[in-house]
Design a protein around this ligand. Structure first.
Ligand code: HEM
Ligand code: HEM
Length: 165
């Protein structure tokens, strides 16, 4: 039985990368920039939209994955893939959540305390964790392509794998 995600599942997977890229490109460079009410509101609205899309995606992809035939893979590898997938969701959500906390602290007057510093650090750590997990995820996808087990073809529209190597 061939494995392929629906058009909607593929669209969500690839479009979300664009949303993440918008967040990274428009990142705040210095915390003082939050003095600008327009920037603060834009960041907060973006973070809320980002979180909503992430949650919608999580729920939708559970159904999409359940509709695919089970993969015949060693248990430790299934666990690794699941950990990386969940880790991406958690770290991406935490970028937005720590961002919202930073915005709240700044708005309500905590403009240079250690609490703000701690959340700024956490915001950066979450970003770097997410980037590393995405790197691992891409390495995993390439591993599947080399194996030719259908995982790559199920999600990636280019460079189709040759089955069963
Ligand atoms: C999903 C939404 C967000 C994304 C993807 C995002 C992404 C980023 C990234 C990539 C950085 C740079 C981290 C680094 O240098 O390693 C950053 C820094 C920062 N972000 Fe966000 N961010 C988001 C939401 C927010 C929100 C809502 C706020 C506050 C209202 C905020 C405030 C800041 C500040 C103040 C810095 C820079 C701090 C500094 O180094 O001085 N971010 N963000
Ligand atoms: C070149 C880049 C990428 C490739 C080749 C790729 C490939 C894949 C493949 C083949 C799957 C299906 C795995 C399965 O059936 O279990 C998948 C799922 C997934 N991908 Fe990617 N991906 C890429 C980038 C990304 C990025 C940047 C993110 C995060 C922002 C991401 C997040 C996910 C998640 C969370 C899943 C699991 C399904 C879900 O619950 O949403 N991917 N990806």
């Amino acid at each position: 039985m061939s494995r392929s995600y629906s058009f909607m599942a593929k669209f969500i997977h690839w479009a979300f990368i664009g949303v993440f890229a918008i967040g990274v490109i428009n990142q705040v460079d210095e915390v003082e920039e939050l003095e600008s009410a327009v920037l603060l509101v834009t960041e907060v609205v973006f973070a809320v939209v980002f979180l909503s899309l992430l949650l919608f995606r999580f729920i939708y992809m559970r159904t999409a994955q359940a509709a695919l035939p089970q993969l015949d893979m060693p248990k430790p590898l299934i666990l690794l893939a699941l950990t990386v997938h969940r880790g991406m969701y958690v770290s991406l959500a935490l970028i937005a959540i720590t961002g919202l906390i930073i915005g709240g602290l700044y708005y309500f007057g905590s403009k240079n305390g250690w609490v703000l510093e701690a959340f700024l650090l956490l915001h950066e750590i979450c970003f770097w964790i997410s980037v590393n997990l995405i790197g691992l995820h891409i390495a995993g996808a390439i591993y599947h392509r080399r194996k030719g087990d259908g995982v790559w073809n199920a999600m990636v529209p280019i460079l189709p794998e040759k089955p069963g190597k």
